[in-house]
Design a protein around this ligand. Structure first.
Ligand code: PRP
Length: 185
């Protein structure tokens, strides 16, 4: 795979801005969940960078778990509205204060399906924290309790978000240069 700079049109959110916002989110979550059994659930794979930085900014004791849902197979950008559970949680969430951690909410189909699924397991509470909200692409209404940034309808990558599965490691969010990489429809 080639150097990411070949595909980068511009930086949308730089590393310092990301980290400052994540610190603020961590502080807010720590305040609001004080005294509760905070359980963070990361939606793989895109949410993993955000989770690891966010949890280091949360000052109250908390636990983590992971799940994976597939909606966009490699090479396809649009949500089909159909999601598939590819990896379930390790632990039961009954009676726990669950906070879902996502990298991005786009059409909303993924989040909507996950919320439906997890509600059936009777958590004490179920809230959502997303780093990015591509609000103008929303097709189904979903509640977002904590949001890092509302972003425009651009094809973005880095900081957990991939470009053909690469570049998730970048510490910033970039906009893809459409002349160098055609997002598959
Ligand atoms: C991305 C992202 C969300 C979902 C949002 O995951 O992490 O889970 O798409 O899109 P939606 O709001 O239109 O449903 P993706 O399926 O690309 O998998 P990944 O996290 O493994 O890259």
């Amino acid at each position: 795979m080639r150097d990411y700079r070949e595909f980068l049109k511009e930086t949308l959110i730089d590393e310092d801005t990301l980290q400052e916002r994540i610190a603020a989110l961590g502080a807010e979550i720590s305040r609001e969940y004080q005294g509760k059994s905070l359980h963070l659930i990361c939606i793989l794979r895109g949410g993993v960078m955000f989770l690891t930085d966010l949890m280091r900014q949360i000052s109250i004791p908390h636990t983590i778990d992971f799940m994976a849902i597939s909606s966009y197979g490699a090479g396809s950008r649009r949500s089909s509205g159909q999601v598939r559970l590819t990896m379930d949680l390790k632990d039961d969430i009954g009676g726990r204060d669950v906070l879902l951690v996502e990298d991005i909410v786009d059409s909303g189909y993924t989040l909507s399906s996950i919320l439906e699924l997890l509600t059936l397991r009777k958590p004490a509470s179920l809230k959502v924290c997303t780093l990015l909200d591509k609000a103008e692409r929303r097709e189904v209404d979903v509640p977002i309790d904590y949001c890092g940034f509302v972003i425009p309808n651009a094809f973005v990558f880095g900081y957990g978000l991939d470009l053909d599965e690469y570049y998730r490691d970048l510490p910033f969010i970039g906009i893809v240069n459409p002349e160098r990489f055609q997002p598959p429809e």
